[in-house]
Design a protein around this ligand. Structure first.
Ligand SMILES: C[S@@+](CC[C@H](N)C(=O)[O-])C[C@H]1O[C@@H](n2cnc3c(N)ncnc32)[C@H](O)[C@@H]1O
Length: 275
């Protein structure tokens, strides 16, 4: 019923956006987030276990845990090849870290494209990590290492330990209280660059809350260029806006972007910068 209603509403994007905005802000963890900050969101993700339904609205599964399996089944989602292309722009690459990888749909695609390199994923949800380990083992892929970990706890990784560090639909859950610390740490552990598939405010604006974030639909969107420049003013930043062929969801088409930051740590800063 909820899926049918959503499908129907999505035919009128302005109306869908209005309803989504009202509905999203009524959820208990969003109300809690206003009081205790990102901790409320972290708890919501970390404790998801036998939740029914899936996060991609594309298929029904009979058993429990289907929300994790729906991520695995989204390996071929249309935005992932674009992300993999952006990662390939940093070639040669010998190591990659995804923060908030769930069971590893992106890492599966990356392992196909870059066999044999060191691929690591962390996620706050232990069930997603456990399922991911089983799924990669069943697929015979041994160079993907998954572990439970939080975006704001990257101290386990030494400086410059991965060529590319990326997030895909994860910083949308990080509030103003933690975002700067996380970006700073991502910059520290990345050697060549960062890629963020997140919701971006494109229009340049000096308002502080645009770099720290606003969350009109319950998901944080921010000016990532301004935010990244706070930590690496010399970074070369490219933005690819999410288009319909990448992601059918109107909200991702409205504000979604692939943000690519080349860090000035290596002599070879790469050739291609998108605008
Ligand atoms: C919308 S899913 C995206 C999963 C995956 N990146 C993808 O592209 O399919 C968000 C993921 O981020 C994880 N997550 C949320 N907050 C996190 C945090 N603070 N630290 C680490 N992972 C987090 C969730 O457990 C979930 O697996």
């Amino acid at each position: 019923m909820k899926e049918r209603l959503t499908h129907l509403l999505k035919k009128w994007p302005p109306f869908y956006n209005l309803v989504a905005r009202i509905y999203a802000n009524l959820r208990p963890y969003l109300i809690a987030e206003r009081i205790v900050g990102t901790r409320a969101r972290e708890r919501e993700w970390a404790t998801r276990r036998d939740r029914k339904g899936n996060d991609w609205n594309n298929k029904r599964y009979p058993g429990k845990n289907e929300w994790v399996l729906s991520y695995w089944d989204s390996r071929n989602h249309s935005h992932r090849p674009f992300l993999t292309e952006r990662i390939a722009d940093f070639s040669p690459i010998s190591s990659i870290l995804e923060i908030g990888c769930n069971c590893g749909p992106n890492l599966y695609m990356i392992a196909q494209k870059f066999p044999g390199i060191k691929i690591q994923g962390i996620d706050i949800n232990p069930l997603a990590i456990q399922k991911g380990k089983e799924l990669f083992a069943a697929a015979g892929i041994s160079n993907v290492k998954l572990s439970v970990g939080k975006a704001d706890e990257l101290s386990q990784f030494p400086d410059n330990s991965f060529d590319v560090v990326f997030t895909d639909a994860v910083l949308i859950y990080i509030g103003r209280d933690k975002i700067q610390g996380i970006i700073k740490e991502m910059v520290r552990v990345a050697r060549k660059g960062l890629i963020l598939v997140e919701q971006h405010i494109c229009k340049p604006n000096n308002k502080a809350n645009h770099s720290l974030g606003i969350r009109p639909y319950g998901l944080w969107q921010r000016d990532y260029v301004a935010l990244l420049k706070q930590f690496v003013p010399e970074a070369q930043i490219g933005i690819t806006k999410i288009t319909e062929d990448m992601w059918a969801d109107p909200q991702w088409q409205e504000t979604g972007a692939i943000i690519e930051a080349r860090l000035p740590k290596t002599a070879n800063l790469g050739k291609k910068v998108l605008t």
